[in-house]
Design a protein. Sequence first.
Length: 260
Amino acid sequence: MTKKNQKSISIVIPCYNEEDNLNRGILKQVYNFLQKQSFTWEVIICNDESTDNSLKLCRAFAKNHRGFRVLNLSHGGKPSAVWAGIKAAKYPLVLFTDMDQSTPLSEINKLLPYFNRGFRVVIGSRGTNRHGFSPIRKLMSRVFLIIRKLILLPTIDDTQCGFKAFETKVARHLFPRLQFFRQKTSSGWRVSAFDVELLFMAQKWGYKTKEVDVNWRDEDISTTKGDNAARFKKESQQMAREILRVKINDIKGFYDQNKK
């Protein structure tokens, strides 16, 4: 990745029932930061058929702020929303980040330099001090980390931070192979452990990956995505099942080079 290409990046923000986060001015925060940067950018908001006022708010903002555009998608879950943004990206680097900005977009400047050092995937890491996590969630996250490291990706500490950058062509190579897209769509905000499989494929296929510590604090105030405790329990169960599935798929040769 040349220095010239490093200065052009597409920022993908998936959106499902983010009305509360939008109303606290999160997009204005993103815009104000980007306006001060020297790199060329675009922001692609991928609305995953929100049932609140998210789409209306996003469209109103994009209409009055150059560089922002909104994709209105049929409901498919977070990986589908991110994939739609990656396909629509026009720049050689792409970053996906969460609407709540628990990791502020300003942390992108910690990731970008590594693309000039031979890395093709650069991911944010929240570390072990998860500000805003309840004690039980911190405990469960630690258990998840230990299990995941024993089975997959022993060198990566945080697979679930929603702040990841790729060479766009690499992201377009990886995403279509996610097992997520072979499952039936369900209602609600489907997250799954797609990050784990994504990073596993990246490393297995030789894409040099760097994990970088970023600032993170739980800033999600959304009240329209469902009960937080229930969502965390459901997502934890999904992650455990899908980690095992990725391991089984690997044993079966699903990720072999000659099957790409």
